[in-house]
Design a protein around this ligand. Sequence first.
Ligand code: MG
Length: 306
Amino acid sequence: MERVSVYEVGPRDGLQNEATTLSTETKLSFIERLVDAGVRDIEVSSFVRPRWIPQLADADHVVAGLPAYEGVTYWGLVPNKRGLDRAVSVEMEAIATFMSTSETHNLKNVNRSTRESLLGLREVIADALEQGMRVRSYLSTVFGCPYEGKVDPRRTVDLAGELLAAGAERISLGDTTGMGNPRQVQTILRMLQDDGISLDKITLHMHDTRGTALANILAGLEAGVRQFDTSVAGLGGCPYAPGASGNAASEDLIYMLHEMGYETGIDLDRLADVGLFVEDALGRELPGRYHLAHRAQCSAAKVLEA
Ligand code: MG
């Protein structure tokens, strides 16, 4: 069976967009449950300044408490050199860098031009590689920008090429605001390949804000992409639209993949229970579709038992 890898962003990208801050202990329990369900790549926290994202201010403690498992890679988000130093000090093995393809979004998000970001990230990536770390790089607002609207796909292709040349092993293309459509996905992937970038270096990070995440993922899958970023139960809202969904839900993707005959190494039933666990911990209903079906089934089973 053909393998597709699912990179879980729930503990970082999910939790950073939730109003409730979980305790370090609950986060560690969450991550351990993900590992038990068979998840092998987990973005566990972020080394941005704690006051930017208070939900993840305990990154150092989370990382210090992570159980070591053969074959599991924990990733930490790193914004700059200072973030990298923190990641190094807690012996992180893998980091993710980020910048926007949109000039305005990058400026508002990190207060730098995209050129300045790229120059800074080159050094961060080089330093991380020297430390023996693995590095992936996010490009956000690839499929649309909340300030600029459409983003020229050429910018994405050029920046992806630069970050790969700097040493990133993968580029994750983010649909930050959930504005993308399948045709756009096809176009960008074709342009990347025309530029000599192999799709085994590309991950898609789609958001379901407007209900197009799985359709966009399918377009990527059919084009040859074999890694996707998702969060369990669709954890994490959309920072630009309160109440709207953010990340595509891991269970929805994994259900689709398994039914199509792909292998992920993840036990869907166990993962669905992790969704219930996080929902309970946060005390808010999470939007994943498989998650909702699983929850309804579980409560029906409980009624039958009673
Ligand atoms: Mg996201």
